[in-house]
Ligand binder design. Structure first.
Ligand SMILES: [Zn+2]
Length: 378
């Protein structure tokens, strides 16, 4: 197994997605750029296709750069697009056609890469981030060269250096900026606010690897108590009586209330997690298997873990963060500091390691192991 230490420390690219709000004029410009980039893309792709069909040779990107420079002089639309963004289109053409030429060389007969139809070109890439370069931050806004200051919702801390910025238009017309950030794998663990392990609790809803906990809310426990009371009350009422019908209605109302409150709670907590962390490590719980375990059964089905996990996953996808599921076996028995096994049954709430001396809340220790496993697998 790979261990996270000083000798193993590769750099990784992570994408951070943020919603941006271009104003009317900026949006019109961005849409024009998309259309222009689509034309550059199709023309450059056609040049390669023609050279191949007529002369059996491949056009280089350098040649196409020269063509683009010349074309800009005569075309006002080409001139309008920022040079980085226009140049990047040529890289996309290289990527799209390289697979084709590789397969031709291998003696296959692949189909030529497709041209992009109207509206099928959906993103623009600024390849240089920094003050005075194509894209940067200014006064809490995203500064796009030749477009202006665009409102951005920075809902999350960005670690390390931004490399490139991809401006995307979704099918619903919403705009996003995807920031590609280079970071060290190790930093994901040590920087606050970038990665967290999450352990489902018995008493509390969950524990986080940084020591935070998510408690089950009191209002929910209160309604649940009332629900139990109403259940008992109903069973004491005579069948067919008006009082029984009243009690039944009351019980049904409380059921709905508990259900709504719980969903509300799960939505809020999953949103908070996704906003706070770029990577969230969770146990890959086969909930059916877990519910068989009588001790855990109540808390897990009550806490609605699988519902929570589903919310977490789709919210993470929207926000561009990642949810990593890991094998949960032994996460509470393992020491998160030295890795040795420290056996303890469910009643032992504190992890005390006789090997390295670590003393930690049982669930926080487990959450740290969950995070460790996710980072090792990343
Ligand atoms: Zn230890």
């Amino acid at each position: 197994m790979r261990m996270l230490n000083d000798t193993f420390n590769p750099r990784v690219i992570r994408n951070y997605k943020f919603r941006i709000y271009p104003n009317k004029e900026q949006e019109r410009k961005l849409l024009r750029w998309l259309e222009t980039c689509r034309r550059i893309y199709n023309t450059a792709l056609a040049q390669r296709k023609e050279a191949w069909e007529k002369e059996k040779r491949s056009v280089t990107r350098k040649e196409q750069q020269v063509w683009l420079k010349e074309a800009k002089k005569e075309n006002d639309f080409f001139k309008e697009v920022h040079s980085q963004v226009a140049q990047e289109v040529l890289f996309r053409v290289v990527r799209a056609s390289s697979g084709f030429f590789r397969r031709v060389k291998n003696g296959e007969t692949p189909g030529y890469p497709r041209f992009k139809g109207k509206g099928r070109y959906k993103s623009l890439t600024f390849t240089q981030f920094g003050d005075g370069l194509g894209v940067s931050f200014q006064n809490g806004k995203l500064k796009l060269s030749k477009i202006g200051l665009v409102k951005i919702k920075l809902h999350r801390y960005i670690p390390c250096t931004v490399k490139t910025v991809n401006i995307k238009r979704g099918s619903t017309g919403k705009w996003h900026a995807v920031l590609a950030v280079e970071t060290e794998l190790k930093q994901l663990e040590t920087l606050p606010g970038t990665a967290a392990g999450l352990d489902v609790g018995l008493e509390k809803f969950a524990a986080l690897s940084d020591g935070c906990t998510i408690e089950n809310p009191r209002y929910l426990r209160k309604t649940e108590k009332r629900l139990k009371h109403a259940q008992r009350s109903l069973s004491r009422k005579q069948k067919g009586s008006r009082n029984r019908e009243k009690a039944r209605q009351k019980l049904a109302g409380l059921h709905t209330k508990v259900h709504n409150q719980r969903r509300d709670f799960l939505h809020k907590e999953s949103r908070k997690l996704v906003n706070a962390y770029g990577l969230i490590a969770v146990e890959d719980l086969n909930v059916k298997g877990m519910v068989k375990n009588r001790h855990l059964a109540k808390s897990i089905s009550d806490a609605g873990w699988s519902e929570f996990l589903a919310m977490l996953c789709y919210k993470a996808e929207e926000a561009g963060s990642r949810v990593v599921k890991v094998n949960p076996s032994g996460t509470s028995q393992e020491c998160s500091q030295c890795g040795k096994t420290v056996p303890k049954d469910l009643s032992v709430r504190v992890h005390r390691c006789p090997h390295c001396g670590l003393v930690l809340d049982r669930d926080v220790n487990a959450a740290r192991n969950i995070l460790k496993r996710a980072l090792e697998a990343a």
